[in-house]
Design a protein around this ligand. Structure first.
Ligand SMILES: *Cc1c(COP(=O)(O)O)cnc(C)c1O
Length: 428
């Protein structure tokens, strides 16, 4: 698509956008009495207007039904983990039985490692991207130590080539091949939190399997953002959080995927709890753990209903919009964002996120060559919510659910002002 740097052009794209109505389903923060230009859905998605209603329905059930709410009411709590399956399966390209919402992300990764990181003295290494999200680094470090290995030896981090920010797919595949004998697990993010690079999940999973290793993915920045085909790509396991692009609220319930090939292996080692136990026999309170088939068999506890209600409120919007339509809009919107950023100052800014739409989601990471922190502060003072990552990176995410082309245009005006340090606070 050919883009133009004018307000009229941006507004014409919004008018032609069949998803533009979705913006009204969200609540926006205000800064200095004006609606914020919110570009931080990669960190915390906005609150859907209906979230309060969904939570209140459960408070009402609790009030009116007490313990009976487990089996009565609009959404009986006993079955609560099932209500998100259909939508989560569409978002992740999975079968409903392969996904379940539970716990928090890092917790879930540890639980999945119990089943999928089973090192022995010859095959014990974990291959991951260099500069992974800190929680993932600590996850891997402590798992390796827990099994009695030395992180310095057992963890292979793939770094970008000299002078580059992103990883090349061929380098990832080569390193997996080179370590085929000793690798137990390849653990990657889907979309890299810092650079915004969308990795080739299918290629990485294949290479891991060719090496005789499992392939797991942390989809924190991928879920609700890019097209995922976890089942067909034969990913072994994955986990995500729901407060970034899934807009479920701070720290809210996370989710897991376990490929049905493994979901059927009820003998696979795991940690058990009553919610992962055979549903028909759950209340017999007998000895002998019999895991449910599918992802459900990794659940431990009964569902945190009040917060999961917020998750359902947001998933209902995804259902209405359709993940494919969202992704189609996202590609255009992010294309426009990249264009606008280059218009604002291509000599002063480098976009380190890949230019190819197939290798990125809706986040662009900008390196600002001079006065980076001043630029960030200027944007913040002027009602733009973006985020700062040391030493000189600003992350900007144009989320197709609630960001408009006009938002992007206005961001460009402020960015240009920030770069030229014009005091144009009242221009908009
Ligand atoms: C956001 C994020 C997390 C956060 O982990 P929690 O367990 O939800 O606190 C972990 N990993 C990645 C890659 C993330 O982007």
């Amino acid at each position: 698509m050919e883009y133009f740097n004018t307000l009229e052009f941006a507004q014409s794209l919004d008018e032609a956008d069949p998803l533009s109505y979705l913006r009204d389903e969200f609540l926006f923060p205000e800064i200095n009495g004006k609606t914020a230009l919110y570009f931080t859905g990669n960190s915390l998605g906005l609150q859907p207007i209906k979230t309060g209603e969904y939570i209140n329905e459960e408070l009402e059930s609790w009030k009116q039904l007490g313990v009976e709410g487990h089996f009565k009411g609009k959404r009986p709590w006993f079955h609560y983990h099932k209500f998100s399956k259909e939508t989560l399966s569409k978002i992740t390209g999975a079968k409903p039985g392969e996904v379940v919402a539970m716990n928090n992300l890092t917790t879930n990764l540890h639980l999945l490692m119990v089943s999928f990181y089973r090192p022995d003295t010859s095959r014990y290494k974990i291959i991951m991207e260099g500069g992974a999200f800190p929680s993932d680094m600590y996850l891997v470090e402590t798992q390796v130590r827990y099994h009695g290995f030395d992180p310095g030896d057992a963890i292979i981090e793939i770094k970008p080539r000299e002078g580059e920010y992103c990883l090349r797919n061929e380098d990832i595949i080569d390193i997996i091949r080179q370590n085929a004998e000793s690798t137990a697990l390849v653990l990657f993010s889907g979309v890299q939190y810092y650079t915004g690079q969308f990795f080739n999940i299918q290629a990485i999973a294949r290479a891991a399997h060719d090496a005789g290793a499992y392939a797991g993915f942390d989809l924190a920045h991928a879920v609700g953002n890019v097209t995922l085909n976890l089942h067909d790509d034969e990913v072994d396991f994955a986990a995500w959080c729901s407060y970034k692009y899934l807009n479920s609220g701070p720290g809210n319930t996370a989710g897991i995927f376990v490929h049905e090939n493994h979901g059927r292996r009820t003998g696979l080692p795991r940690f058990g709890g009553w919610w992962g136990h055979d549903e028909q026999k759950r209340f017999m309170m007998e000895k002998g753990f019999i895991p449910m088939e599918g992802a459900d068999g990794w659940q431990l506890s009964n569902v945190n209903v009040l917060s999961t209600a917020a998750h359902l409120a947001s998933l209902a919007i995804f259902d209405k919009a359709g993940i494919k339509h969202l992704r189609a809009k996202s590609v255009n919107l992010t294309g426009f964002l990249a264009f606008i950023i280059n218009e604002a100052g291509s000599d002063q800014i480098s976009i380190i996120t890949p230019a190819n739409p197939e290798e990125r989601g809706c986040q662009l990471s900008l390196v600002i060559h001079q006065n980076a922190k001043d630029v960030f502060d200027y944007l913040t003072r002027n009602g733009v919510v973006v985020d700062w990552r040391e030493p000189d990176v600003i992350r900007v995410a144009a989320v197709p659910l609630y960001n408009t082309y006009e938002d992007v245009y206005r961001f460009g005006v402020l960015l240009r002002n920030a770069l030229t340090l014009l005091p144009a606070e009242d221009e908009l």
